[in-house]
Design a protein around this ligand. Structure first.
Ligand code: PEP
Ligand code: MG
Length: 611
């Protein structure tokens, strides 16, 4: 592929990002920021010109934001890398300002061409004009570069106009490494782990939903890599180290050989961990600890079956609603839930009702007119989770009915996302009981006792009113991902503030402890199902707080079980007490993580508190 607008490879370069999903990937770069699905060029009616211009303006603004952000993030790169990449982004930014290109596109829309058509036609015309300019043959490459820059900006505008940010993954060659600026959770869910070697992106945070999906798929991944999509040339070799959080572009033969050795070591380590699948999850002094798996897409079921877990502690149902045009019917949903419950062979399954909002976009809800096409200014604080379900009760009722009908197949619990107040739980329960009565009248077979209805503790409001919520909820599942985000006011999926996202911040830990104690006082089941639960370096702290149930990415279960089996309750309690006395986040990280890195390798969690 001829990418003359990109800097030429200057040899090996190691870029640093956020380690997301362990493993090493070696392969050719597949640049996903390629032209979107082919558009059909078409005309518009005169009365649509204003709306079409507004659509174009929105796509221009979005493109400008994307480029400004990429440009700003270059500051973390070494100076020579900045000097190489920055001029290109500056050229793009200029073109997306008051430029000849945009004037031309606007004029075409005024002449009744659709915005996408106008962009394609104008960029084609401009590129052709650059190439046709009579110049000294020595400067031919300069003309080609300018023509390609215009085309690249055109592609970005069309991608944003058509809301199709990525090239279809069906074009992805087997064994390639996917490299793009950012990946939406809905796009990540479409990746086939048997074909993709690994993923790296410029954007993204440690516990965003894209990160969670990549972990679920077991794909080596590094997110938040500044300068990546400019430095990684399509077709060139790249190494992703998902544990170290590095991306090596154009690696030397020595780096390739070292990476291959790491691939072998990683496979051996997985083999060693496999033996934990069959062992009991108990501490050295005989405390049983429940280890369950999170499920975000059905493709994970075989992994879950082999993980050695005892049930699903968090079934995120968003996958049922994503990447489709219409909403799933009650029958569709019943069938999916029943299949999962049956696959778990009698182990419990906790099904969380739809958690729409924040970064989880669901086109089918837009198409059905349930949520607006243009999202809230602040979607994480908007109509998310239970808030949408209590407003759109029909959507909620269909899902509850499907879960209740499937619940005859095995033990089930229902989980409510984004709860902040007691009244939400009461309203949800009323709807739940009404749905159950209606189904019984309809003659549906339901379990004799209705499945328990619990709540996510994932907002500071819920954590701090846990004692009150415990009177109405049947169980708590502590969602440390959102709890960290809302407590620290740091977007969990945002690379710019990724360094501030810290589940070990004392404020977050105190909320986890407060909610846990509220549940334990009432002998109510409480678990942790955020990403913290799957980090074996945190097991001693969480056990020491009194927690005995964790739900995590299936691949984390053996490592966490290994940690559980190496710890005693008494040591954990002492260790947690010492951690909770600390007020300095850095000191807490030091006590827990030792090296200050995110835990990826098996660890020897502290058997006794360090002095
Ligand atoms: C959480 O917020 O910790 C959680 C488990 O929910 P999700 O990651 O789906 O938002
Ligand atoms: Mg959450």
């Amino acid at each position: 592929m001829n990418r003359i607008n990109r800097p030429k490879s200057e040899g090996e370069r190691v870029l640093i990002g956020i380690p997301i999903s362990a493993g090493i990937a070696i392969g050719p770069v597949f640049g996903a920021a390629e032209p979107p699905a082919v558009i059909t060029r078409h005309a518009i009616a005169a009365e649509d010109v204003t709306a079409e211009t507004a659509r174009l303006d929105a796509a221009v603004a979005q493109s400008r934001n994307q480029l400004t952000k990429l440009r700003a993030r270059l500051a973390v790169l070494p100076e020579d890398s900045q000097a190489e990449i920055a001029p290109l982004l500056d050229a793009y930014l200029q073109m997306i300002g008051p430029s000849r290109l945009l004037r031309g596109v606007r004029a075409r829309v005024a002449r009744l061409r659709s915005a996408e058509t106008a962009v394609e036609e104008e960029t084609d015309a401009l590129a052709a004009a650059f190439l046709a300019m009579p110049v000294d043959p020595e400067d031919r490459s300069g003309q080609e570069r300018r023509a390609e820059e215009v085309r690249e900006i055109g592609r970005r505008l069309v991608r944003n106009l058509t809301r199709s940010p990525f090239r279809s993954f069906s074009a992805l060659p087997d064994g390639a490494v996917l490299v793009c600026e950012g990946l939406r959770p809905a796009d990540a869910a479409l990746l086939d782990p048997s074909r993709v070697a690994g993923v790296a992106t410029d954007e993204g945070g440690a516990d965003g939903h894209t990160a969670i999906l990549l972990r679920a798929l077991g794909l080596p991944a590094v997110l938040g890599v500044a300068g990546l999509s400019q430095a990684a040339l399509p077709g060139h070799a790249v190494i992703i180290d998902g544990s170290a959080g590095t991306v090596t572009t154009d690696p030397t033969p020595a780096s390739l050989a070292a990476a291959r050795k790491k691939v072998t070591a990683f496979a051996r380590e997985l083999q060693r961990l496999a033996k934990f699948r069959r062992l009991a999850s108990v501490t050295t002094d005989g405390e049983a600890v429940e280890l369950q798996a999170n499920l975000e897409i059905p493709a994970e079921l075989p992994l879950i079956a082999q993980s050695g877990c005892t049930g699903i502690g968090l079934l995120r149902t968003e996958f049922l609603f994503m990447n489709r045009e219409t909403l799933p019917s009650e029958a569709d949903q019943t069938e999916t839930y029943r299949a999962v419950i049956e696959a778990m062979g009698g182990d419990p399954v906790t099904i969380r009702v739809l958690d729409w909002g924040a970064e989880k976009e669901i086109e089918a809800l837009v198409t059905a007119g349930i949520v607006p096409e243009v999202g809230d200014q602040n979607p994480a604080l908007g109509l998310r989770g239970i808030r949408l379900l209590l407003r759109e009760t029909a959507l909620f009722e269909v899902q509850l009915a499907a879960i209740l009908r499937a619940a005859v197949a095995g033990p089930v619990r229902i989980l409510l996302p984004m709860v902040t107040s007691l009244s939400e739980v009461k309203q949800a329960r009323e709807i739940y009981e009404r749905v159950a009565r209606r189904l019984r009248r309809r003659g549906e077979k339901l379990p004799d006792t209705l499945p328990p209805m619990g709540i996510m503790i994932e907002t500071p409001g819920a954590a701090l009113s846990a004692d009150a919520l415990a009177l109405e909820a049947d169980f708590f599942a502590i969602g440390t991902n959102d709890l960290s985000m809302y407590t620290l006011a740091v977007d969990r999926g945002e690379s710019d503030v990724a360094h501030l996202y810290d589940p070990l911040h004392p404020a977050v830990l105190r909320l986890v402890q407060f909610a846990t104690e509220a549940a334990l006082r009432l002998r109510m089941p409480v678990s942790v199902c955020g990403e913290m639960a799957g980090n074996p370096k945190l097991t001693s702290l969480l056990l020491g707080m009194g927690l005995r149930s964790f739900s995590m990415n299936a691949s984390a279960v053996p490592r966490v079980k290994q940690a559980v089996r190496s710890l005693s309750e008494a040591d954990c309690t002492r260790f947690a007490r010492r951690v909770m006395e600390q007020t300095d986040p850095a000191r807490i990280r030091e006590m827990i993580l030792g090296d200050g890195a995110r835990a990826e390798k098996p660890v020897k969690a502290p058997r006794s508190p360090s002095p």
